[in-house]
Design a protein around this ligand. Structure first.
Ligand code: TXE
Length: 480
């Protein structure tokens, strides 16, 4: 059985403990590889390597940093099919989704930041005849990067690429639930000739390895993507150490549909924004609010489309949904379906585990589920579920739907369907979220800011903001 290894100081090494954890293929419910059960000792080794590599890497000319990162992007593209299959096997997502989204975005993350650093500028401020000020931006040191299981390589590279491009060295921890593509990336980094110690990847459990990153005195900056509860724990550890933090956390995103929308576009995109990646994208629109005059028409058409979605083998071209990422996560979503029923919800379609015969019989499959009739304030509509479950709620006025949309502890993204320009401006200004999509969903330009408000996190990642996050700003004031 394949053993995943840590990538420390340019080499693939076993964990100090010699201990390993089982890694599951969620589509078949079977153990298919082993991951290092690393601990603080492995993080200490990784930090030493990263510290040693920092002086040279931070002074490596941008063109050279860019060249190496573009080589990694090129190798990701060359290994697109192998990485897509690994991603699908580790996460349970349809292979076609990994091919179309996850892996191309991983290489574009490296490509974007490898070229962004070649065009960076800074600022100067002249004080008449008194002084000239200029802003100097420098890399910070060893950056800690911790990522989740839902878009494994996509979000892992989203942190690593800007950190490296800015001239930091990195100690990174992928989710223990989906470690494989991070392991494959380390092999590609070796092949690309990334200098040793520049990037270090340590596998293992969050409370052990992730916590060791949060509390390590020689990691002054941490970029985290994951659940809000975990974000709180990281902040509690890192804040008293005055570490620089970027926390991309949970979401419970409203999808608001007005009667004047392009009905067919709103309908088809809403199926996507509800169930892509089995609903395991923090940007999914899990609460759908529909203007009352079109509620019945939308509800019936939506439920009919969802009912036709095929849940099955992630490797099958015909599958729209694959397996959810783990047995505990499947049980968590099933618990929420039970809760929704107790809170008065009516299941329009789905609501159950899907058990198929043959080799998929032990896989973690859930039917895409649509529920109506819940109060906007109930737990099902307030808590992040992060699975193939959405709720439908009618509304009459903009004020009413804004109250409901803004009622949760989260504020990550929102989707708005209307052709009324003034309403678009009113609503997008009043919605509490870091991203508002109008008549579209998940359209991303890496130059734009990305991140949530409230308990969806702090900091902005993606694009120029990420490069700013991974550098220190200094003002130099020169007497004229
Ligand atoms: O998160 P977890 P998961 C959120 C999504 C959902 C969650 C799912 O909303 O809530 O992420 O991902 C490590 N100290 N987003 O379950 O458990 C853990 O090992 C340090 C939002 O993986 O928080 C893993 O590597 N690290 C996001 C990582 O944290 C710890 C997009 C995430 O694990 C730790 C994607 C600890 N004490 C998912 N405990 C967005 N907003 O963009 C665990 N970890």
């Amino acid at each position: 059985m394949e053993k995943i290894l840590n990538y420390i100081n340019g080499e693939l090494v076993a964990p100090e403990s010699g201990e390993y954890l089982d890694n599951y293929d969620p589509s078949r419910g079977t153990v298919y590889s082993q991951i290092p059960d690393s601990d603080a000792n492995d993080i200490d080794m990784a930090v030493s390597a990263a510290k040693e590599a920092f002086p040279l890497w931070s002074k490596t000319p941008r063109e050279e940093r860019s060249r190496l990162m573009l080589k990694v992007a090129e190798l990701i593209d060359e290994n697109h099919e192998m990485l897509s299959r690994a991603e699908s096997k580790d996460n349970g997502k349809p292979l076609k989704l990994a091919r179309r989204v996850d892996i191309p975005r991983a290489s574009s993350n490296f490509r974007f930041f490898a070229t962004a650093i070649l065009h960076e500028s800074t600022e100067a401020h002249r004080m008449d005849e008194t002084a000239m000020n200029y802003t100097e931006r420098t890399p910070i040191g060893v950056a800690g990067c911790i990522s989740p299981w839902n878009l494994p390589l996509y979000l892992f590279t989203w942190k690593i690429a800007p950190a490296l491009a800015a001239g930091n060295t990195v100690v990174a921890k992928p989710s223990e639930v989906t470690p494989m593509t991070a392991f494959l990336l380390s092999k590609l980094c070796i092949e690309a000739g990334l200098p040793k110690g520049v990037l270090n990847i340590v596998h293992g459990l969050g409370p052990k390895v992730g916590q060791a990153i949060s509390e390590h005195p020689d990691i002054p900056i941490i970029s985290f993507t994951g659940g809000t509860a975990t974000g709180k724990r990281i902040a509690a550890t890192a804040a008293p150490m005055f570490k620089k933090l970027s926390l991309e956390l949970g979401g419970k995103n409203p999808n608001i549909i007005f009667a004047d929308c392009d009905f067919d576009k709103a309908l088809s995109t809403s199926v996507q924004s509800s169930f892509a990646n089995q609903g395991q994208i923090c940007l999914c629109g899990s609460r759908i609010f529909i203007e009352r005059s079109i509620y019945d028409k939308f509800r019936d058409a939506f439920a009919e489309k969802v009912q036709k979605l095929k849940v099955g083998d992630p490797l099958a071209e015909s599958s729209h949904l694959g397996a959810v990422v783990s047995k505990p996560h499947m049980e968590k979503v099933l618990d929420y379906i039970d809760l929704a029923k107790k809170e008065g919800g009516v299941v329009l379609t789905g609501g159950q585990q899907i058990v198929t015969a043959g080799e998929l019989s032990k896989g973690y499959y859930l039917a895409p589920t649509v529920i109506e009739g819940l109060d906007y304030n109930c737990r099902t509509n307030q808590e992040e579920i992060f699975g193939p479950l959405v709720t439908l709620t009618p509304f009459d006025t903009e004020e009413e739907v804004l109250t409901m949309a803004n009622s949760t502890p989260y504020g990550l993204s929102a989707t708005l369907w209307t052709n009324d320009l003034n309403r678009t401006q009113r609503m997008s200004t009043s919605i509490k979220a870091g991203v508002v999509w109008v008549n579209c969903w998940l359209v991303r330009d890496l130059r734009t800011p990305f991140g949530g408000v409230k308990q969806s996190g702090v900091g902005r990642e993606g694009g120029w903001d990420a490069l700013q996050f991974f550098t220190e700003k200094k003002n130099v004031c020169i007497k004229l």
